[in-house]
Design a protein around this ligand. Sequence first.
Ligand code: SF4
Length: 345
Amino acid sequence: MSQMELLHKALVLNPDPFVLLTVLITFVSTIYFWYFHKSPRRSLEIGTLTKTKIVPLSVNFHFTRKCNYECGFCFHTAKSSYLAPLEDVKRGLSKLADKGMKKLNLSGGEPFLYPDHVGEIVKFCKETLSLESVSIVSNGSKIKKGFFEKYGAFLDILAISVDSFDEDTNVKIGRGKGNHLKQLGNISKWCREHNVKFKLNSVINKYNHEEDFSQNIQLLEPFRWKCFQVLQVDTENKGEGAKRDCSRFLISDEDFDKFCRRHRHLDSFVPESNLMMKSSYIILDEKLQFLNKGDVYGESKSILEVDDIEELLARTDYEPETFEERGGIYDWTKSSCGEDANLKW
Ligand code: SF4
């Protein structure tokens, strides 16, 4: 007998409230299980191709693994020195734009080890692909004013990593050799002069979770200050073959929560726990392969070799719902900060 028949029979023939309630609960849980566990997206994992489309709305392209820093918790380490030729990058990004990409974030490694390469990608994304938003995440150490003069008009957001306002702590973490902070003020100024939104990223870990960043964040006035709980990723900073062991940096969820409570009064503060990070990012590596960094690490074929990008994406852990839940869609275009260099974001 089907669930519908059972429900109908219970409603019409059996007025006992307890029986009615039991039947209703069974009915609701069946619908829930069917919807969440038998949905087409899940069946892809056992090899059945379906019509489900996942739009690559916002993509993080880690186009290089090389870096001049040695952060102990780094989860995108220098396992390869490959840099895809610009023509391949343009072809791959065009494919993603055709499938609905609206925002591209360029990351590494350190993107500014290749200033013209990253600049040309940014320019192509704005001029040719007309993306809504193009951003870069950098440690800041290699950024020069000339970059803004040449490419600033095409860049929406520049995010700089800062894990502490105490240089000794930065050195312990591996962020530079005691000279990380002096660039921050310059970069925030250049961003304002060139109408680029200034953002800060921090990894909250054993060495900084008790620090109070409030005063310095208020001085620097980023439009967004994103704080990530340090994350273990297999083969990157954990386990066999990894170039880093981040175990000495780990903090509990409770420690992260305390840090968040200390800073939640700041308008720009955007916390991101380990739970939120997993499955909420589309990550493309230097060979233009999708990367899983959730519970199961792995890469797809390169999007340069495959036409059905959505099918590749559907086989990763990426969950559009989690992306939206963590606030992945926000005011990401530079147009909202206007032409006024004194404007506060
Ligand atoms: S700056 Fe970024 S890419 Fe470089 S070592 Fe540190 S975390 Fe890794």
